[in-house]
Design a protein around this ligand. Sequence first.
Ligand code: ACO
Length: 323
Amino acid sequence: MAFRSRIIGTGSHLPDQVVTNAQLSEKIDTTDEWIVERTGIRERRIAREGETTSALAFQAAENALDAAGITAQDIDFVVVATTTPDNTFPSTATKVQAMLGMDHGAAFDIQAVCSGFIYAVAVADNFIRAGQAKNILVIGAEVFSRIIDWEDRTTCVLFGDGAGAVVLQAVEVEEDAKVGILSTHLHSDGKLRDLLYVDGGPGTNQKVGHVRMLGRELFRHAVNNLASVVGEALEANDLTQDDIDWLVPHQANKRILDGTARKLGMPADRVIITVDRHANTSAASVPLALDEAVRDGRIKEGDLVLMEAMGGGLTWGAALVRW
Ligand code: ACO
């Protein structure tokens, strides 16, 4: 017998403030037409003053726990993927743990920028496979708007704020059973760190810093790395792209989504897309898209779901799930 992780509930939360492309074009030299054509983004949610990553994460967690039909008292670990923690320390996860009224278990953050949620799912899945946890809350949450240079039109139009969460539960199954999370695949290449980084931060730099990006280079790496890690996940499970019911990609840019789907030969109607309304919410984008597709009934029990992401580092990864 062996332990596997099943996703028993999903949840999400977005700030109520919508910022459209037209509103951005009043402040910087851009147009709705340019942004839609190059990125597919039409609007994004932006946190209000005082609205923190932990606050968004907590709401998403509550919604995921409700959907799972369990309470925070049943949770063993809280794992938060974020690049925009409330503070340098303590971790945002420990804040969420306290907000959930937990005085047991363990909580920690994971930092892999836009791939953070996939990394967090992989870590949680391995705790469950090792028999060290029964229920794990995995959250991707960001207030990216706080590290954006709002005068840099090449980056500020691309990002948004939000949070998504899932509850993983251990099930004991036959060794070769194909249930729940089938496999996870992580990669990074630190030589490419200068393609996307923050020029400061709460570490040794003593200033908050802003996102800096080489967009064209990133675009090229994104399509190649994502198609490659999706292939790796399928091959590891003796499956092909025809077996995938739903691709839930990191929502960076509609052209990256289309390019990856085309490279994989996936029809567009099997790709979950939220980038038009959420923009790039970094670690929150995959769980936000996942929650939408679960709640509107597209993702159903038995479906094969492939989640993938790439982000600063560079980091990239995929998780293949039998729902
Ligand atoms: N509005 C109007 N014009 C703009 C804007 C804007 N917001 N931003 C840039 N431009 C201009 C540039 O200044 C440039 O003008 P120039 O030719 O006079 O110099 C022109 O548009 C073309 O700029 P490029 O950067 O070459 O445009 P490109 O077609 O590469 O599109 C984009 C830029 C959308 C950023 C694209 O490179 C991209 O999507 N890259 C991936 C970036 C990404 O998704 N990063 C997220 C993190 S990584 C990840 O999550 C996978």
